[in-house]
Structure formats: C-alpha cells, structure tokens
Design a protein around this ligand. Structure first.
Ligand SMILES: *Cc1c(COP(=O)(O)O)cnc(C)c1O
Length: 820
C-alpha cells in the first residue's frame, strides 16, 4: 500500500524532513522519541490521503453510518498497528534500519493511549478495526481524557497509581476539529412557553452553565483496503472568553465556574471496571460526550437528508453498555424540542435508531443515578426520561393489568433512582449480550421481565478480537508461520485458520509451532528480567493470568493454588514436578481494597517462593507491572496456559481468553462467558475445564449461598493454605496483613456472606485441572497438538465475525469500496 504513495527512499526523506521541521535537528542528532514523532507524521501523511478518499466515497455513496458510542476506547499504540494495516510494516522497518533506527524501539516511544479500563474498552477498539477493514462507515465516539487509565507501579509489593499524562509530548495521530465544536448545557431550569401558533409547549433551558465540546479525530486504518474511518473523541473547552464581556460584572463568577467545569469534565477516566461509583462528574462526562456526538450526528444527517423520519435508515447508535444511555433522551430532546417532531414520531425514530449492548449481570455494576443529582444536572433530560417512564409504565400496565410487581421491577424511574439499563432497553430496538451463555442468563434471569415483554429485541453477539493486532502485530513469528502454511487469507478471514488442522499431527509442524512459542517465551523472559529483575526459565510452563484485578476473576484462587503447590513441593521434594512460571498482570481500581490486597499477596508469595533456593526454581511467580495493550501483545504470544477462571456466570464473555487461544495457549477455565464457545470450537480434550457451572452458582446464590467452612474443616490442604494467610508465612510474621482476605473466604467475625466467589468450592477441582495441565505438557507431542489446535480453531473469535453479525442483524450497513 505504502508503495502506491511513496517509495522507501521517499519515506526516509520525509522522516528526515520532519525531524528538521519539528526539531531543527539532523536525524543523527534526534532522540528516539523525536524520530517516533517524525515517523508518525510521515505515516499520518499517507493515512490522510486515504482519509480524504474515504470521505469522498462516503459523500458519493451516502451509506448508513454506525456511531459506536463508548466511554472507553482502549486503543493501544497506533504506529505499529497503522503500519500493519497499511501493509507497510516491513518496508518501514527496513527504511528505519537504513537510517540507523530500530522500528521496535521507535514503537516503544509511543504512549499507550489508555482511554479505557479493560475488556469493554478494548472491544470498542477491536470493533473499529473490524468495521473499517470490512469497509463499513463508522464513527467511534468517546472522550479525550487528559489522563488515561493510571500507570501502575509496584512498590514494596503494593500497587501505586501514577497519572498517565499521555498527551505530554503531543499525540501525532490526532487532529483537532474546532469547526465541529458543540455547546453542551448543564444545570439551570426549564422554562415552558406555550406557542399559540403551533399549539405546543416549548421547553427552554435557562440559567445553565455550558461547555464547548471540541472533537479530536483519530484515523482508523482498515487492513489493505484504503478505508480510513474516524475515532472522534471530545475535549472540553470553556465557552469563549469573548462571552466574558457579554456578562455583567456580577456574572463573572459564573464565567469562572464554566471554565472550571470545562477543566474538570474530561480530566480523567474513572478507573473502575465492572463497578458503578455514582460520581456526579461521571454523569457529566456521560452527558457531555453523548450530547456532542448526537448533535453532530443529526447535523451531519441533515446536511444531506430533509426528513428526520429517515434517520433509522441512515444512522445507527450502538450503546457500549449503559454508559451512553443518555443517547435515548438526548435524541428525543433534539427531535422534540429542536426539530418540533411529535413525541410518538420522535419515539419511533429513537427506538429504531438505538441499540444496547449489555456487558454484565453483576449488580454492583448497574448504573442507578439518584433523581436529585440527575434532575439538578440535566433538568430537561430528566423531564424527558420522566415522560418516557410514564408511557412505559402505561405499556406495562396494559400488558400486565394490576401487576405492581412488574412496575417495581421494570420501571425506569423507581425508588428515587434512574435505572439506565431499563432506559436503554425501552429506548432501543435491540438488546444484546456478549456471549451465548451470558445472553441466555440475561433472558432467563437478570432481564427476564424485559425478555418476556420484548422477546424480539434480545439477541447474542459473541465478542471477538482483531487478529491484525493480536497475531499479525503481536506475534510476527507465528503470523509468518501461519501464512507459510495456509496463505495470508486469514488476515481478513480468520475462519481460514481451520486449514491448519491438518498439521495437528504433523511432527515438523508441531516442532516449528513449539519453537516459535519458545522464542516468544525468550522474548518475554527478557522483558521480565529487565522489568522485574527475575530470571525465569523459558523451558518452564508459562502459566498466565492477565486481566483487570477483580474478585470475580479469582486471581486469589490462582495464587492460593500456587501456595498449595509450594507446600506440596516443600513436603515432598522428591515429587515429580514440571517447572512452572506463574505470570500475573492486573490493575486494581484505585479504591478497590480487596483487589489491592490481592496484588500485595501475589507479590508477597512471589518474594518468598522466588527466593527459596530449596525448590530449585521449580516455581517462579512474576507480577508484571502496568499491564496494558502494548505488553499484552507480547504476553499472549508467550503463554503456554491461559487462566480463565472466573466464577461461572460472572464473566459476560472475556476477550483475553480469545487472544490466548489465537496465540496457541490452551485454556484452563470454568464454563463461563465465551469459554463455553472456545471449548465448543477446540474440543473439551484441548482445554482444562473445572468447577461449578453457572447454573450451580446461580442456584446457590438463590438459596442463601454455600458454606465454605466445610471445605476449611474437611480439607487439610485448603486449611493449611488459608492458615498461611494469617500466620505470617508471607508477611514476615505480620498476622494482619492478609487477614481481610482470609475473612472474605471464611468470614469468622462478621455477618457478611463468605466466599461469594466460590473459591473454596472450586479449589480442588481447579487443582485437579492443573495436574492435568502438567500431565499434558509432559507429553510434548500431545501438548504441541493441543496448542496448534487452539490456534487452528480460533477462527470464530475474530471481531470481523462479530461485526458482520451486528451489521446483518442490528445495523444493516452498506459496504463501501474506495474508488468505486
Ligand atoms: C483483552 C484485554 C483485556 C480484557 O481481558 P479479559 O481477560 O477478557 O478480562 C483487558 N486489558 C487489556 C489490556 C486487554 O488487551
């Protein structure tokens, strides 16, 4: 692709020119960071041409547009990914070689735009890659947080959060678009004016504060197709100083307040994953980016269409979780208040345009805003939601006359709270879960009443990941090997991976496959030595759990099992044991105590075990600091075993599980989320499944929980491990350091429920599955076959497949071809 635009020599010239223009330096004098900026600008130059071409094509074809609305886009670095999708990676690597620079080192200069927490934000990023590669017209709409997810430092085994000032040196892949700025209003009151001419009431917000939403566009490059879509993230600026002189002197403080509002609103991403905190500023962030995005979408629509009734034919709004649910009310506001449509008309348009993706069933993640806060901050939006609720309750009463229970369970406003999930379901035409099991649980349990009322709205879209980032870029050795065996078609059609199945029993292919895994393990071992100062053996089993730290993901069960193995080795030094390296990587929400204690426990166990010479390095424990997209790519490539051990029913899908599978790491896991479908694809004999089923977990929960004490009392292994939490084994004699974790499992001195994540219930079955892992790994041929089959069977889990299903069943978009 790059060749179409300029040759290697021209690229080199352009880099040198950029260094000169930006820094008044020759390339020999430039720092790596400066070369990164110069290279990025040269690459952006190519992208811009395609960006313009794409725009022209869209103007010509007038395709339907999907707006993917998300508070998070966990993009990861852009430079390498853009080069991959431009099919220019190797040429640019060569060009930089000749200039005396290493592309890998240059890539490492880029900050990792961490505008997301974990799976939900990364899904949004994968979706943009797939939408663009498949040639659909799409905008990602989000927030330009000045500080992304914090950087994690580990000090004395504890997590310390450091601000992530990713914009510090300027970000080369963004473009400020002040011409598309929008005003967003907060607070004040609503004045009602009757208009005798139309016989309608008009609702006017007065006494408000407002903020200017200014978009920054980032190009999303499709793979080898010249399509470039846009991620549009909104920054907040104070409404201009010139307004200052419009104010009376008495309103000066109001101008200052507006300026503060603008300063605060996009300052920082809330670091909670799957957890609702109810912060006022968070509600402001939600309305801020939704109002700006919906205003822009309607404005754009009106440029080429005259009848708003056609909106659903030309526009789809996809809500990534309930965070963007404000869309429903904001669209109603624009249609009714500004465009003067009748309520019923506006409602039909709105529900046909909006669709909602549910990401969790966990009650602590459900967004329920207090009426007081909501109506004070967004008085007109609140009125509109009241009206939506009033009509919705009438609908419920019509269907279930006299049934107060239904009202109580389904109302959008109830008990002093606005329930965002209920609004999202009522206000759209589609509700989807993110893996088959999750969608079934939604229909049968959490959203049963809504499913009974609107069975046709419910559908499943099993998540996926982009193979362009997580294989082609992250694991170049395996990517080349796959291409050598089955051609390059897999890059845009991952189902072709199944052609690898014929190599599952081929000795040579097995050896090559495992040799690549070994080289990737060496690469990771080097990273670990550099970052942790720990030497790990690349011949040991790399057993990896990387994901956000959350109790339901059960990193605690993993580390308790490590403690249990260590006890066994100490007791029976002669016992056969295949060396294992347990690798963790996880950020905990800054205010999540239990999660942070678990990080400390992992590091404390690592300290003791890694320094115990008596076990001859049979176990190593490594906590990789600051887990994020850029190091994730390398970690997946190097993993032998994929830990997917959530309490069944709690992990809606998981996508980390898919990245491991694609990179040839068999899963040890529960029948949860997309693990169910992974096992279905690869076969139960090529995974290590254990633990309670989701039905069993839900059944316990509906019947008052279970009794972890019976495991403590009857199982000496479990008892030993738990006692080590409170006898100082891993805390230099401090009995209290891990007391809370101990209590959370057994709850000896409080009335809270104990072990609500069923760790002790699943422990022995987990340990047994881990023994099976070791047994399988000892048999080199068997393991190579399993690993290879995991890659070969990963085709389903591309986000290309997921996106095509959204297109076919929810969005109904038209494909665009550039230059047609
Ligand atoms: C894929 C990914 C996740 C999600 O992982 P899960 O195991 O599905 O929770 C989180 N963070 C990063 C950086 C990822 O790449």
């Amino acid at each position: 692709m790059l060749d179409n635009h300029f040759k290697k020599e021209e690229f080199k010239k352009s880099v040198k020119e950029n260094v000169k223009m930006l820094y008044r330096k020759t390339i020999e004098e430039a720092t790596q960071e400066q070369v990164f900026q110069a290279v990025s600008l040269a690459v952006k130059d190519v992208i811009i041409d395609n960006w313009l071409l794409t725009q022209k094509q869209y103007e010509k074809d007038d395709p339907k547009i999907v707006y993917y609305l998300s508070m998070e886009f966990l993009m990861g670095r852009a430079l390498g990914n853009n080069l991959i999708n431009l099919c220019a990676y190797d040429e640019v690597k060569e060009a930089l070689d000749e200039l005396g620079f290493d592309l890998n080192v240059i890539e490492d200069q880029e900050p990792d735009p961490a505008l997301g927490n974990g799976g939900l934000g990364r899904l949004a990023a994968c979706f943009l890659d797939s939408l663009t590669t498949l040639g659909y017209c799409a905008y990602g709409c989000g927030i330009r947080y000045h500080y992304g997810l914090f950087k994690q430092k580990i000090e004395d085994g504890y997590q310390v959060e450091v601000p992530d000032n990713w914009l510090k040196n300027g970000y080369p892949f963004e473009l400020r678009r002040p011409e598309y700025a929008k005003e967003v209003k907060f607070g004040g009151y609503v004045k009602v004016e009757y208009d005798p001419a139309t016989g309608r009431n008009h609702f006017i917000q007065e006494g408000y504060q407002s903020v200017l939403a200014v978009p920054y566009d980032m190009p999303i490059v499709g793979y080898n197709n010249n399509v470039v879509n846009t991620l549009r993230i909104w920054d907040a600026e104070a409404i201009n100083d010139f307004r200052l002189d419009l104010f009376d002197k008495g309103e000066y403080h109001k101008a200052v307040e507006q300026e503060n509002l603008a300063k605060n609103i996009v300052e920082v991403l809330y670091p909670n994953d799957n957890h609702y905190a109810g912060k006022e500023l968070r509600l402001k962030q939600q309305y801020f980016f939704i109002s700006a995005s919906i205003q822009e979408a309607i404005e754009k629509f009106k440029k080429t269409h005259s009848d708003l009734h056609d909106l659903p034919k030309k526009v789809a709004f996809q809500l990534n979780d309930t965070h963007p649910t404000m869309t429903v009310a904001e669209l109603m506001r624009i249609l009714v208040d500004e465009e003067n449509l009748e309520w019923e008309d506006a409602w039909n348009i709105t529900t046909q345009t909006c669709a909602y993706t549910n990401h969790t069933i966990m009650s602590e993640a459900l967004e329920k805003w207090p009426i007081e806060l909501f109506s004070r901050l967004l008085p007109r939006i609140y009125q509109i939601i009241e009206e939506i609720n009033r009509r919705f309750l009438l609908e419920i009463q019509q269907k279930y006359p006299g049934n107060q229970e239904k009202i109580r369970k389904m109302a959008i406003i109830y008990d002093g709270q606005v329930k965002m999930a209920h609004l999202a379901i009522a206000g759209g035409h589609s509700v989807n879960g993110v893996a088959r099991l999750h969608t079934e649980i939604l229909k049968k349990q959490e959203l049963k009443d809504f499913y009974e009322m609107y069975p046709d709205k419910f559908n499943n879209k099993t998540n996926g990941i982009t193979q362009r980032r997580f294989l082609l870029h992250g694991n170049p050795l395996l990517a080349s090997w796959v291409t050598e065996h089955i051609g390059a078609g897999w890059i845009t059609d991952l189902s072709q991976l199944s052609k690898l199945k014929v190599y599952a029993d081929d000795k040579k292919a097995q050896q090559e496959f495992m040799n690549i895994k070994y080289q990737n393990k060496v690469r990771l071992a080097k990273y670990i030595l550099e970052h942790n100062g720990i030497e790990v053996n690349p011949n040991s089993i790399f057993d990896v759990q990387v994901k956000r730290l959350h109790e339901y993901k059960r990193q605690l069960m993993n580390i308790l099992h490590v403690m249990y193995l260590y006890n066994k080795i100490k007791e029976h030094p002669e016992m056969p044991f295949y060396p294992r390296t347990f690798i963790f990587g996880a950020k905990a929400a800054a205010g999540y105590r239990r999660a942070k204690q678990t990080i400390k426990l992992i590091n404390a166990v690592a300290d003791v075990i890694n320094n115990d010479k008596s076990i001859n390095g049979k176990i190593k424990v490594v906590f990789i600091e600051n887990y994020r997209v850029s190091n994730a790519e390398m970690i997946f490539a190097a993993a032998d075993v994929s830990e997917q051990i959530s309490t069944a029913s709690k992990e809606a899908s998981g996508t980390g599980n898919m990245k491991f599978m694609l990179n040839g790491a068999p899963t040890i896991g529960t029948m949860d989320g997309a693990n169910v479908e992974i096992v279905e694809e690869v076969g139960a004999e090529n995974a290590f499944i254990f633990g309670l089923s989701s039905d069993e977990v839900i059944n316990y929960e509906n019947n008052g929980g279970y009794d972890p004490m019976q495991y403590f009392n009857n199982d000496p292994d479990i008892r030993n491990v738990l006692m080590q939490l409170i006898n100082g084994t891993y805390s230099n004699g401090d009995f209290n350091m891990f007391r809370e974790i101990y209590d959370s499992l057994l709850n000896t001195n409080s009335s809270d429920k104990a072990d609500t994540y069923f760790i002790l219930a699943d422990f022995k079955s987990y340990a047994a599955a881990q023994e099976k892992v070791e047994e399988a790994y000892r048999d080199e041929e068997r393991w190579a076959k399993m690993a290879l089959l995991n890659t070969a069977c990963a085709g389903k889990f591309t986000s290309d497949r997921t996106i095509q299903q959204y297109v076919d069943e929810i969005w109904h978009l038209d494909k665009v071809v550039i230059g047609k």
